[in-house]
Design a protein around this ligand. Structure first.
Ligand SMILES: Cc1cc2nc3c(=O)[nH]c(=O)nc-3n(C[C@H](O)[C@H](O)[C@H](O)COP(=O)(O)OP(=O)(O)OC[C@H]3O[C@@H](n4cnc5c(N)ncnc54)[C@H](O)[C@@H]3O)c2cc1C
Length: 420
């Protein structure tokens, strides 16, 4: 066992772990003796993938309604105690990362996730934070007033405070294997763990003809419901038909958690797409206009310029209309049926992209089981932060903001205890 007793061990050198270490360093002016442990050979492996390598750091519209959790009140408090402007301020003034804001979404001014990871690393190295990479922690114990981390290579490290920042269970190749429960098995009550499930992911469907739409994109709206009527979630943006027969895109990911939940309950979720994002009446006017302008054309030709031909044929087939028929021959009821299919295209969902494809997982240690400092249960000095907790947000910087806010809550508490 190492003879050093650290003030704080942070398990996980991902987004929340790096932020907690930096904030703790800042609060204590580098006096806290910190050890970061990560199973990867470098820090921030998942962070490097965020925002397609551009790292969407946070969002001007952060609020609790953008998240799923078991304790909205605690989430609200944590987000308001350390919100997006606090995070931006920390990035700019402490870590030296210039940021830019595009439509409310913040990025490093370099648009490179590597800038964020390097800035964390340089700051922590400047302040003598110890980093142990390339070895996984197997378990943590509490003995004689200290937390002890047992690593796979047989080494053991000791600290007064312990922050678990092991992430959720997605992209396991980045080290985020949902290990919080096994690492903290000595502490975690079974009832406090919500099983990890993919949350921001694609949806798959065996609907006949859907595979032919692979590669088609449209800007619209999507919602999911157990029966195709009562929407259980809705989002708008780019909808992408994927090659494995299904739909993806940010707005699909935003509602995917609801579909996963329904499948889990044995329900048969239906994704309802509004392919143009327009209301029924506006869509009706558009089709009437096409009928007037291009009356001699086939339906699929008349709608060229709105939809690719294959999508047009797909829409017609779901409305039992022959796409080769002439548009001027469509009756008013048929035009309305087409509008219905464009505004409410029902796609039965039978699966979803698994943990290797989801950007975030739902589940984790219940938020209600940690206090406002993210300290777990009655274990003094044991904190859990980031995606290891049962909080998952929409796309758009909300998940990283949760990593920053929860890390700040724990770091402030550990920092003030280190200084007292
Ligand atoms: C492709 C992709 C794009 C994304 N883009 C964005 C985006 O632009 N904006 C946004 O807000 N969110 C985005 N996210 C989500 C965001 O990356 C996560 O919410 C965030 O990284 C969670 O931070 P974390 O610190 O809790 O966990 P992680 O970043 O997953 O870090 C956990 C760390 O713990 C280590 N670890 C785990 N168990 C052990 C163990 N037993 N021993 C040692 N080390 C261990 C892992 O190696 C890992 O480095 C994206 C996710 C993905 C997959």
């Amino acid at each position: 066992m190492s003879s050093v007793v650290y003030d704080c061990i942070i398990l996980g050198g991902g987004a929340s772990g790096l932020f907690a270490a930096s904030m703790l360093t800042n609060i204590t002016s580098g006096k806290a003796n910190i050890l970061i442990i990560d199973g990867n050979d470098r820090c921030g492996k998942k962070l490097a993938m965020t925002g397609s390598g551009r790292c969407n750091l946070t969002n001007r519209n952060v609020s609790a309604d953008k998240y799923n959790t078991d304790c909205t009140e605690r989430l609200e408090r944590c987000l308001s105690a350390f919100g997006y402007s606090d995070a931006v301020n920390f990035f700019e003034n402490v870590l030296g990362i210039e940021t830019v804001c595009d439509d409310g979404l913040f990025y490093p001014a370099t648009y490179r996730a590597a800038t964020v990871i390097d800035s964390f690393r340089f700051y922590l190295e400047d302040n003598n934070c110890v980093m142990k990479f390339g070895v996984k922690c197997e378990t943590v114990s509490f003995k004689n007033g200290f937390y002890e981390a047992y690593l796979k290579d047989g080494s053991v490290y000791k600290s007064k405070y312990f922050i678990c920042a092991t992430g959720g269970h997605t992209y396991p190749s980045t080290g985020s294997t949902g290990s919080v429960n096994s690492v903290l098995k000595e502490f975690i009550r079974r009832d406090d763990l919500v099983p990890f499930k993919p949350a921001l992911t694609s949806l798959t469907s065996k609907m006949p003809g859907i595979k032919a739409l692979a590669g088609i994109r449209c800007r619209g709206k999507v919602s999911v419901s157990p029966d195709g009527t009562n929407a259980a979630g809705s989002s708008e943006g780019e909808i992408i038909f994927s090659k494995d027969g299904g739909i993806s895109g940010i707005c699909v990911m935003d509602v995917s958690g609801k579909a996963v939940e329904m499948l889990d309950k044995g329900q048969k979720p239906v994704a309802v797409l509004n392919l143009l994002g327009k209301g029924f009446d506006e869509t009706y006017m558009l089709l009437e206009d096409r009928k007037t302008k291009f009356g001699q054309r086939s339906i699929s030709s008349a709608l060229t310029g709105i939809f690719p031909r294959v999508l047009c044929e797909f829409i017609c087939r779901t409305s039992n209309i022959d796409p080769a028929g002439t548009i001027k021959d469509l009756s008013d009821d048929e035009i309305k049926d087409l509008c219905g299919a464009i505004c409410n295209l029902k796609i039965p969902v039978d699966g979803f992209g698994g943990t290797d494809k989801a950007q975030v997982s739902s589940g984790g240690i219940k938020l209600i089981s940690v206090n406002e400092h993210m300290q777990y249960g009655s274990f003094d000095g044991l904190f859990i932060i980031g995606e290891a907790l049962n909080v998952d947000g929409r796309c758009g910087g909300f998940n990283l903001q949760w990593a920053w806010s929860s890390a700040a809550a724990a770091a402030k508490e550990v920092g003030s205890r280190c200084l007292s």
